[in-house]
Design a binder for this molecule. Structure first.
Ligand code: IVH
Length: 686
């Protein structure tokens, strides 16, 4: 190796170390030490070096964490040690029975256990050789799993190299270490993911487990990389240590894995036989407040030598049991199946139920997702059905109680015409959904106009969903642009519309036209795959909608967060002649915001020009959305997270962890008062 190559190799090594360190600070410890921009600069430097020095390639380089490879299919591979299932205990008696059985298998001793939450995610094994991550296999049938190595590499809290951790923990580096655990999506991340999917007109997931499993069993690793997945370790498979096994108990395993950089559930506890029941009761009580979904508690014998002595049945270990929580289920009658048409034309079947109380929540409807789901469960109107709340609040129809099926219950046939416009519907190849493709379908029109005025759109206050439905039904509004031509006299023709309401309605719409920012207007168009964040990205780079419409797919893909699919969707929107007409009308009525910087140059006071703001906690008399619009309208930028690039964190009641981060990074913290003063163009006295 010549001098410059050795130098490059050294720099590559340093950069990889730095990036992994900052990755961990951000994703595992939630305590970033550098700004996104600083991280990006290091990342890009490494990418460039790797491009010019292909000999330094490493599959575990942090640059590989963003995914990119698209697989044809997953290879099937055997587990070195079978991944067993667990026997369940459903009641206290069954727990006691487990304990007695264990006493017969291992007579005359005092047991202690390790208990941790039973995660409701996707079971998986990650394998390390000489301290480096080499592969990942799903549990599969226990004997063989699917090789999902490339996708697991994108899971940011998974350590790809445990050698430094081992050195710090004074542990030898294992020759082989197989770590078993579960990939999950937290409830909070799940809600945000589904909101973003919905906003972007993409598929929403039924529950966090499906979202996690679907994200891992996904052939495009860039998609996996974009999902908020977390790996929680709960045990080990094969291990080979250079000097003898340092982990004699399950407790030592868990503490050791944590020291090696793996995330473990903080609810895990060592407990003796007498304490298990109380721990179970507590975990069940805390269930709803845990960040991720769980469906029980797993209790494992602590000593690994005794585990080996007890061994396995055909299916499960004799030394562990999953003590499940009782299901939150109830029976009720499925009155009928309604079909709703969303703004993207997707037909969604909904179960209309006799209201039933389920763990404190009254359930009267539940989404049935699509035709296949109804067929698989064979649901029929009139059926008595079992409904459940899995972990979260989202109710689900489990299936019919066949013994109670009425004689005359007919098999459900999915409608072949749109329930709104009665045009034929289509099921596109490879999709589970039926769609209405009629661009002037009233249901789609209602949906898209409701979206246009909603919080995700222009956020026009006082223009409610019900009024939009009426206006569309009466033919008074056929496009979002029609809203701006409505007069108070027009509105007064409607039932229950008074002078005052009509006046407010027209005034709000006029105000929205004045105040609309480019980011909000782009978001309001409801372009598929373009949510709030992408709209902001576009609005920061283009001067106005004409400029966005003139950009090629390649130019669009040069922007952060925009991949080929999103770029294609943006192009499709602007290539559609019906949309040209819509935009021309917006321009004619003066709904034509420009990029904040351009607006500033054109005049009008922009006291927040160029400043980056973020909000935490609740504000008084001001919604988060309103505050963000204010920032944008006054020339500022709303940031996505706390970093050193942030100029101000505005703090309301009950601020979250953003406040600690901002303080740690030395970001200026403002009260709501200070913020409002800045917005009025006043200066802050320090
Ligand atoms: S230990 C020998 N611990 O439950 C089996 N499993 O019903 C040892 N699971 O597919 C498994 N959380 O993936 C264990 N804290 C936990 C768990 C857990 C979830 C899953 C596991 C397995 C399934 C068995």
């Amino acid at each position: 190796m010549n001098g410059s190559n050795a130098q490059a190799a050294q720099r590559v090594k340093t950069l990889r170390g730095l990036l992994e360190h900052h990755n961990r600070q951000y994703y595992v410890l939630d305590a970033p030490e550098i700004t996104d921009a600083e991280y990006d600069a290091l990342f890009r430097e490494l990418q460039e070096l790797e491009a010019t020095h292909p000999e330094l390639d490493d599959p575990n380089s942090p640059t590989r964490r963003v995914g990119g490879g698209v697989a044809q299919a997953f290879a099937s591979r055997p587990h070195r040690l079978r991944m067993y299932s667990l026997d369940n205990a459903l009641t206290g008696e069954e727990w006691t029975a487990f304990l007695e059985r264990l006493g017969r298998v291992l007579p005359a001793r005092e047991f202690s256990f390790w208990a941790d939450p039973k995660f409701d995610g996707l079971a998986l094994e990650v394998i390390y050789e000489d301290g480096r991550f080499v592969s990942a296999l799903t549990r599969g049938d226990g004997e063989t799993g699917e090789d999902v190595t490339g996708n697991m590499r994108t899971v940011r809290n998974l350590p790809l190299d445990i050698r430094d951790h081992a050195a710090k923990a004074k542990l030898p580096v294992p020759r082989i270490l197989e770590v078993r655990g579960e990939v999950v999506i937290t409830k909070k991340d799940f809600r945000a993911l589904n909101e973003a999917q919905d906003e972007a007109g993409a598929k929403v997931f039924a529950n966090p487990r499906n979202a996690a499993a679907g994200s891992i069993r996904q052939l495009d690793s860039a998609v996996t990389a974009s999902r908020p997945l977390k790996f929680f370790a709960y045990g080990i498979g094969v291990t080979e240590w250079p000097l003898g096994d340092p982990w004699p108990t399950q407790r030592a395993v868990m503490e050791g894995l944590s020291k090696l950089g793996f995330t473990i559930a903080e609810q895990g506890r060592a407990v003796d036989a007498a304490g298990v029941e109380a721990l179970y009761a507590r975990l069940e009580q805390d269930r709803d407040s845990l960040p991720f979904e769980i469906d029980g508690m797993v209790v494992k014998l602590d000593r690994l030598d005794w585990q080996r002595e007890a061994g396995f049945t055909a299916r499960a270990p004799r030394w562990a049991v999953a003590w499940k929580f009782p299901p939150r289920q109830a029976r009720t009658v499925l009155k009928r199946i309604d079909v709703q048409v969303g703004r993207t034309g997707v037909l969604t079947p909904v179960a209309m139920l006799d209201p039933v109380s389920l763990a404190g929540v009254t359930v009267s409807r539940a989404t049935l997702h699509n035709e296949d789901e109804i067929r698989a469960k064979d649901l029929r109107a009139g059926d008595t059905v079992v409904v459940q709340r899995a972990g979260d609040v989202i109710p689900e129809v489990v299936g019919p109680v066949l013994e109670l099926r009425p004689q005359d219950a007919e098999e459900y046939v999915f409608p072949q015409t749109c329930p709104s416009c009665h045009e034929p519907v289509k099921r596109l190849e490879g999709e589970a959904a039926w769609r209405c493709l009629n661009l002037s379908c009233p249901a789609m029109l209602k949906g898209s106009i409701i979206f246009f005025v909603s919080k995700a759109g222009l956020d026009i206050e006082g223009v409610g969903k019900r009024w939009i439905e009426i206006l569309v039904e009466r033919g008074m509004v056929k496009s979002p642009a029609d809203l701006f031509g409505l007069t108070a006299e027009d509105l007064l023709e409607l039932d229950r519309m008074g002078e005052k309401l009509a006046g407010n309605f027209v005034a709000s719409i006029a105000q929205a036209r004045e105040k609309a920012t480019l980011a909000r207007l782009i978001g309001a168009l409801g372009i598929r795959q373009v949510g709030t964040q992408t709209a902001r990205t576009l609005a920061a780079h283009f001067d106005d909608l004409d400029a966005v419409g003139a950009a090629s797919a390649e130019e669009l893909q040069d922007l952060p967060d925009i991949g080929p699919e999103v770029a294609a969707s943006i192009r499709a929107f602007f290539d559609n002649p019906a949309n040209h007409e819509l935009l021309a009308r917006f321009k004619a009525i003066g709904l034509w915001p420009r990029r904040a910087a351009v607006e500033a140059a054109l005049g009008g006071p922009k006291p927040l020009a160029g400043k980056r703001f973020l909000f935490t906690g609740s504000l008084e008399g001001l919604t988060r959305n309103k505050a963000e619009s204010m920032v944008e309208a006054l020339g500022g930028v709303v940031a996505g997270s706390v970093s050193k690039k942030l100029d101000y964190l505005v703090v309301g009641q009950d601020p979250g962890s953003k406040l600690d981060k901002a303080r740690a990074l030395g970001v200026q913290v403002l009260s709501q008062d200070d913020f409002e003063r800045l917005a009025r163009g006043e200066t802050l006295s320090s």
